[in-house]
Structure formats: C-alpha cells, structure tokens
Design a protein around this ligand. Structure first.
Ligand code: NAD
Length: 472
C-alpha cells in the first residue's frame, strides 16, 4: 500500500509540478513588475480582506461549521474577528512598518547615514492547517501582503469546505495576478514544495514540518514553521479556583475541543490540590456544556474519522483508561468525545508523549510544584507553557526556567490577541514567528543600506601601506 501510494504521489507530483511551475513563473513576473511593492496595492488588498470578512461572514462561519461543527459564535470570535483585528492592525500600522529604520553609523564611515530597509522577498508560499482553517490561512497571507509579496496559499484538504470557499473568496476579492489559492493534499503540496519559493510559512505537525524544511533546503528557501507540541499548565493552589477552571476549560475544550496548537495538553498540580481542581473543572464544565457534553452544540466535533480513531487509541490505552476521573464517553458516528480527565497516567503512556490535540486532559500530580520543571523538560519544548498562581516568585522562576514558544500566566489562549507579542515556537514547536509587525518582518528582507559622502576620504585606508601609515 505504501509503495502504490508513493507511486501515485510521484505521478501526480509531475503532473501538478508543471502547473505549479507555470504559476510561480506568472507570479514572479508580476512581482518583478513592482506591482505588489506599492503601498497603495498593499493597502487596497488589505482593505478588500476586511470587506470580504464583513460581506461573507455567514458563508465563512457555515464552511467552518461544515468542517468542524464549530459553534457559530466561536467561529466568529476565533476566526473572523481575530482575522479582522489582524488586518485592521496591519492597515493602521503599515505606514510605520515600511519606513526605513535609521541606525547610527561608525566613525570609520564619517560622514554617512545608514538605514535598515524592509524589502519584500518575492513569491511566498503559505501552507495552512485544518483546525482554524480560515484564521490560519488568512493571517499569514495578511503578513505576506503587508510586506509586499506575491503569495500562494495552500489550505488544508482536511477542512474541504473552508478550502474551497477560500478559492472563491480570493477570486472575488483579491488581485489574482499576485494572490492565489491552490487546493490539494499531499501530491499537490509536494509539487508546490518542489518549486523555488522566496519564503515558506508552514502551519501543522512537526512530522510534515520536517518534510517542508527538507524541500526548502534544496533551494535555500527560508521557512517559518508553526508547529505544535505538548503545552503544559502548571496549577498552584494559591489561585482563584473558579476563574482558573473556566480559563483552563477555554484552553482545552471551548477552543475547538482541544484541537488547537495552543490548547492545554496536560496539567501538573500538587497531590493535595488535584481533587479540588478536578471538582471545580467538573462543576464549570457542567455549567458550560450541560449534563451530557457529548450532545452539546457549544463544542466542535473531532475533525475526521482518523483523528477520532487516534484519540480513542490514546483513551483506551492500557494503564490509561483506568485513570479516567471524568468523561470517557464517545460517539463514533457523531465524531464526538466527551471532555475527559485522567489522574496520574504513567509518564511512559502514549498520551504523555504525543500531542493530544483533542478533548483528553491528563492531570499529573507532584509533591512540590518545583518537580514540574523536570516533567516539562523531559519533553520537546512546547509552543506555550501556562501557569496559574498568585505567587510572584513562582511566576518569575517559571518564566526564567521553562523554555517554550510563549507563555501565559493565569489565562489561556488570550495571549494571542496581543499584537505586540510574537507568535511562534522554539525547538520542536517551530521556528520563526508571526502576528502584527512580526508577520511583516517575517515576510521581509532587512536590507542594510549605507549612504556615504565623498567627503572624509582618508588616504590611510588605501595602499601603498607605508611605514608612516603603519605608525598611525
Ligand atoms: P494537516 O494534516 O492539515 O497538515 C497541514 C498541512 O500540511 C496541510 O496543508 C496538508 O495538506 C500538508 N501536508 C500534510 N502531509 C503532507 C506531506 N506529506 N507533504 C507535504 N504537505 C503535507 O494538519 P496537521 O499536521 O494534522 O495539523 C496538526 C498539527 O498542527 C498539530 O501538531 C498542531 O499543534 C499544529 N498546529 C500548529 C499551529 C501553530 O500556529 N503553531 C496551529 C495549528 C496547528
């Protein structure tokens, strides 16, 4: 089966390769004409995105609902409203971002001036994923356009309704001479990756991240990799328990039912405090999703049968399934799994070694919270590390000692709404970052430019290097 799949990919790769090659040539021509570099072009495209979000809100929400049964309000807040804020922020700030940045010169170059000039890279590729199929497609594209590039977006085939809507919307609202969507799965993406791009931003798993980076290396193409990992939440006893529980629920279940790269993957707390925390989460879950959460319309479903099967395997693993303290129900036909909490699963279990990406929450207990550092450090560096505490010393210690893409103390998820903060991973959770100005910078080359005067031409720098010059 593997052999024939490889053969099929190879065959399609050639077929799509020719198409991908002519597309990139077409876009390069447009980029070289200078069209996308103009401030006015960038602004007009960003304004069109805002218009599209306003006029097609219903269609976008419906497509996302089709793909994930994402509640309408959640889709609006997490995908439309965030995309709009990102676009409006770029519209507001672009005139500052594109300004050359003055830097001090040295005595050796006196008199002179120097600047860092942000220039677009060229034709860039954005490969996005299915869990926030609209936001994670549009947000990098906003960065690419702001920086003045031509861009190709390859959405995820696992969210097909959103993917095909994106094709229609881009055709209707954006300049197709420089901004395109290419739909497809592995063969199409492989064909795209065979081409020489000026930058690639990939969002998805570390497994595919490695494939993207290897393909990019052949052309020396730089990459931004937005990957995942196991995001821990360390929970102290010195907290507002109800607020913390609600925010943990947001970061685990209310956000796409745990299918989020920034979802709380597992909790570490003390043995004494765990029962109180579990009770509180149970109460708040009931408040949010009712007695039978598997039937709740306020929670997304699992995206696909294969993701459902993967999660059930984690749930039913030996020495894991008997640690369930809440939930465990599933409905294969509806692709639903109830919010499920486990207490003290073994560290060797699969659920503690693979990114969960779903509604399962292991709680690990320790005698002292300081022991949590060893647990976190035994795994690849996470995308986000959460902490709930009122202890300032612990906050400082955590920030200093835990390495992660980002951090949030006493909340989950909302850190993403701060445009001044970069979003990205470290180590296996990714490289490079975006959001706000970081998106602009990520899709720009920082060109070092010095303007020198003909004055101040000291002959000492030129040969012949006479003994008199050596003395100076
Ligand atoms: P996915 O399967 O949708 O893959 C993402 C993209 O990679 C898709 O466009 C897909 O077509 C492409 N792809 C898949 N296999 C490929 C291959 N062999 N060659 C070339 N391209 C290929 O998504 P996924 O990987 O299931 O996504 C889940 C992962 O994404 C999780 O690890 C999650 O943490 C991570 N994620 C990260 C972020 C972030 O911003 N850091 C956001 C969302 C998800």
């Amino acid at each position: 089966a593997t052999l024939s799949l490889t053969a099929e990919v190879e065959e399609k790769r050639k077929f799509y390769g020719d198409e991908a090659n002519s597309l990139i040539k077409e876009l390069q021509k447009v980029f070289n004409s200078g069209k996308t570099k103009s401030y006015e072009w960038r602004i007009s495209q960003l304004q069109s995105i805002v218009k599209m979000l306003e006029e097609k809100e219903k269609d976008i929400i419906e497509a996302i609902h089709k793909d994930l049964a994402k509640p309408h309000l959640e889709a609006f807040i997490a995908e439309i409203s965030t995309t709009k804020s990102s676009c409006k922020h770029a519209l507001q700030e672009l005139k500052h971002w594109i300004k050359p940045e003055k830097v001090k010169t040295s005595i050796t170059t006196y008199p002179s001036s120097a600047q860092i000039v942000s220039e677009p890279l060229g034709v860039v590729l954005v490969i996005s994923t299915w869990n926030f199929p609209f936001l994670l497609s549009l947000d990098p594209v906003i960065g690419a356009i702001s920086a003045g590039n031509a861009v190709v977006l390859k959405p995820s085939e696992i969210a097909p309704a959103t993917s095909s809507l994106l094709v229609k919307l881009f055709e209707e609202y954006l300049d197709r001479s420089a901004i395109r969507v290419v739909e497809g799965a592995v063969p199409e993406t492989t064909a795209l990756l065979d081409q020489k791009w000026d930058k690639i931003l990939y969002t998805g798993s570390a497994r595919v991240g490695r494939i993207v980076m290897a393909a990019a290396a052949k052309h020396l193409t730089p990459v931004i990799l937005e990957l995942g990992g196991k995001c821990p939440a360390v929970v102290d006893s010195n907290i507002n328990l109800q607020v913390a529980s609600r925010r943990i629920i947001t970061g685990k279940w209310a956000l796409n039912n745990g299918q989020a790269c920034i979802a709380v993957d597992y909790i570490i707390t003390t043995k004494d405090f765990a029962p109180k925390l579990i009770d509180s989460i149970r109460t708040e879950l009931k408040e949010f999703f009712g007695e039978n959460p598997i039937e709740s319309g306020d929670m997304s479903r699992i995206v696909s049968k294969s993701q459902f099967a993967r999660l059930v395997k984690l749930l039913d693993e030996d020495k894991v399934s008997d640690k369930i303290v809440l939930g465990g129900q599933r409905d294969e036909n509806k692709l639903r799994i109830a919010p499920t909490i486990f207490l003290d699963v073994p560290q060797e279990a699969e659920i503690m070694n693979e990114e969960i990406f779903g509604p399962l929450l292991p709680i690990i207990t320790v005698d002292k919270l300081e022991e949590s550092y060893d647990i976190i450090k035994s795994k690849p560096k996470p995308l986000v590390a959460y902490l709930f505490t009122n202890n300032d010393q612990l906050k400082q210690h955590y920030v200093k000692n835990v390495s992660s893409g980002g951090m949030c103390v006493n909340d989950t998820v909302t850190q993403l709404t701060v445009p001044g903060l970069p979003f990205g991973g470290v180590g296996e959770s990714g490289m490079g970052s975006y959001h706000g100005k970081f998106s602009f910078d990520g899709f720009s080359h920082k060109k070092a430019v010095m303007y020198r005067s003909f004055d101040g031409d000291a002959s000492v720098r030129y040969p012949p290097y006479t003994p008199q010059k050596e003395k100076l």
